[in-house]
Ligand binder design. Structure first.
Ligand code: CUO
Length: 666
């Protein structure tokens, strides 16, 4: 029976680390005649013209933070983008899969399927199943191998304990379950190819979304830390101070049993000098100074020496905001940075610097650490310290912007009178719990087992809940509004209620949606499942196989992989309950609205973190509004000390105290 398109996609994602030359596609597909995109090698053998794509050796860890790897990705994506339909895509991909680095291949397949409207309808299987070695420990792989030998048809799940990387002797370990969650790491992998570096296309507000998405990850991580009585993340104190916390991921590279690099506690960063990559700390410090100078001077210099103003109040709607220009120069995007040679590649190279800190000159032939790869980076505590350092640069910039005005914050005629959450009939007391999920690792591993190899992960979870809002529209006509919902802890590490400025960076976006208010009373109910930051669970190989064999409607599309996992929408809370604040703000949709035709409906979940493909970001306000700037000034003369004071000044805002409790029972 002929394979349908979805099957073809699944086969391409299967067994990425299979032995070379298992297929003879090169000659068989073309019937001995070179296909148009193939070139002849000196021996007469046709091979695809892959440009820089073959520069990364097979078996090496692919890193989206390395320019040479991005160059390879650019070539391979460019090659695969030429496919005109799924059949051509399949044959072109099969032609090169044994010639290029395995993870580069998976990255580029994913990139092209997301980008090409003709291919977007095909779904990518969960990355946990495609690359299990990025999620499961060496021990799990070993157990799987032993099981296969003992019982080739067995299906018993291999359970991974949530404490596999350490124990509470290290305070940092208390939040290891969060950092090592399969869902947030999958999201981060997908995000980085949804907003790729060094590619032709520049997505709307990409530098700003880089800032905002990572800032929100920090807010969520800090919220989780407070649930355990841990302090909020401290930024790396420059690049010379030893990094207090080490990390031992227990993961293996490419199912090979070769471990990823590890880092001891108190490791001092050193210049990196490995083949093809030399990184000098002093150079990174220079980039840092130039970025900070630009922020203080309120302009950057382009490659002609011309001043490019940095402001979040640009002269026209079409001009870029400063945050976007700064984001592109800081991440940095070689193609979109205002002056790449001058402002350098700060953030990406600090990833690489830390990733090689255990073996900076390759004297031990060690692999890089997990912080060097976007599918694994969030496991390492140093990831947050690095991103806090990056965020502090962004915040330095944001603190230079004027505070929001009453006009920008208010919405005359609209009053929120009540807000709260309801879960299983319980008001304002959300419960979290532990849950387990199985993934099938057969397709990502090469053990040749007929039965399933199931890996069982334990993760945080909660029952879905609803937000309830009571809103009065005192206008005589209907009014379209944007509802913005945020969550933050009420108290700091010492148990003190937080000031506006202190809590500012902890507000996690929970949802943002547009609704029409009729004149008079409106009761709005919104499900947590519809959150603007989450995507549906990634489909497994098995889900997609079942779907591709049936004629029924497709399983719901997510942001094609990008999006915060639903199961991590809430922080853990505490067994005895922990105090949080909900903050709700309604703004005028006529102001927020972006004029555009939404061109891609398939991948439009998790919009606040992932944008909408081929379309503009659908909210004109700066990302993070209204908490991205310093305390607002209001004309009444009252001082805004905390978020409650702010909400008291405006009818279109309201706060509510809620509790989040970790329940051990369900
Ligand atoms: Cu996502 Cu540093 O950008 O990890």
């Amino acid at each position: 029976m002929a394979k349908n398109g979805q099957r073809k996609v699944l086969d391409l994602f299967s067994r990425p680390f299979r032995e070379k030359n298992e297929s003879n596609i090169l000659t068989s597909r073309s019937g001995g005649q070179p296909m148009p995109h193939l070139v002849l090698r000196s021996g007469g053998q046709p091979v695809p013209d892959l440009g820089a794509a073959t520069n990364i050796p097979r078996g090496e860890i692919f890193s989206q933070f390395l320019s040479s790897h991005l160059e390879a990705a650019e070539s391979l994506c460019e090659y695969l983008m030429r496919a005109r339909d799924i059949d051509e895509f399949e044959s072109m991909a099969e032609e090169c899969r044994d010639l290029v680095n395995e993870q580069l291949f998976i990255y580029s397949l994913s990139f092209v399927i997301l980008r090409k409207p003709e291919l977007r309808k095909y779904r990518i299987p969960a990355i946990v199943e495609v690359l299990p070695s990025k999620f499961a420990t060496q021990e799990m792989l070993q157990v799987a191998m032993t099981q296969v030998k003992k019982d080739p048809t067995g299906t018993d799940p291999i359970v991974i304990e949530k404490d596999f990387t350490g124990n509470p002797l290290k305070a940092e370990h208390k939040v290891a379950y969060w950092r090592e969650d399969y869902g947030i790491n999958s999201h981060h992998w997908h995000w980085h190819y949804a907003f790729p570096l060094r590619q032709e296309e520049n997505r709307d507000r990409r530098g700003e979304i880089f800032f905002y998405m990572h800032q929100q990850m920090l807010a969520r991580y800090d919220m989780e830390r407070l649930c355990h009585g841990l302090n909020r993340t401290l930024a790396l104190n420059g690049l010379r101070e030893p990094i207090k916390d080490g990390y031992f991921s227990k993961l293996t590279v490419n199912n090979s049993g070769r471990p990823w690099g590890t880092r001891q506690d108190h490791t001092t960063l050193k210049d990196v000098s490995r083949v093809g990559r030399d990184i000098k700390i002093s150079r990174l410090e220079m980039y840092y100074s130039r970025l900070m100078d630009a922020i203080r001077q309120r302009f950057m210099l382009d490659d002609q020496g011309k001043e490019v103003p940095l402001t979040d109040d640009p002269p026209t709607k079409e001009s870029k905001r400063g945050i976007e220009i700064l984001g592109d120069a800081l991440e940095a995007d070689e193609r979109w940075s205002v002056n790449y040679p001058y402002y350098g590649n700060f953030h990406n190279l600090v990833h690489v610097l830390i990733a090689y800190s255990h073996d900076p000159d390759s004297a031990h032939n060690e692999e890089n650490g997990v912080i060097g790869n976007s599918a694994t980076a969030m496991r390492d505590p140093a990831f947050y310290r690095l991103h806090k350092l990056v965020d502090e640069i962004f915040q330095e910039y944001k603190m230079q912007q004027r505070p929001y005005t009453e006009e920008e914050l208010g919405l005359p005629g609209i009053k929120v009178t009540k807000v709260g959450v309801l879960q299983d009939g319980n008001p304002n007391d959300l419960k979290t719990r532990w849950k387990q999920r199985d993934f099938e690792a057969n397709r990502g591993l090469d053990f040749g087992r007929q039965g399933a190899i199931l890996f069982r992960f334990t993760h945080l979870d909660h029952q879905p809940f609803d937000y309830h809002l009571q809103v009065q529209n005192t206008l005589t006509a209907e009014k379209e509004v944007t509802v913005r919902i945020f969550l933050a802890p009420t108290f700091d590490e010492r148990g003190n209620k937080m000031s506006f400025m202190d809590q500012r960076l902890l507000w996690a976006e929970m949802d943002k949606f547009v609704v029409k208010l009729t004149p008079g009373e409106n009761h709005l109910v919104r499900s947590s499942l519809d959150s603007s930051i989450t995507a549906p669970e990634e489909a497994t190989f098995r889900d997609l196989e079942a779907e591709s064999g049936s004629s029924k409607e497709k399983i719901e599309f997510g942001q094609c992989g990008c999006g915060w996992p639903q199961h991590m929408l809430l922080p853990r809370g505490m067994p005895q309950g922990m105090h949080f604040q909900l903050f709700v703000m309604l703004t005028d949709y006529a102001v927020d609205k972006v004029d555009q035709v939404i061109r891609c409906r398939e991948c439009s979940n998790a919009v606040s973190y992932c944008g909408i493909l081929d379309s503009k970001f659908p909210d004109t306000r700066p990302m993070g509004f209204p908490f991205d700037r310093k305390t607002p000034e209001v004309n009444s003369g009252s001082k805004i000390e905390n978020v409650g004071d702010l909400a008291a000044q405006f009818d279109n805002m309201l706060t509510e105290d809620i509790k989040i409790t970790l329940s051990e029972t369900n």
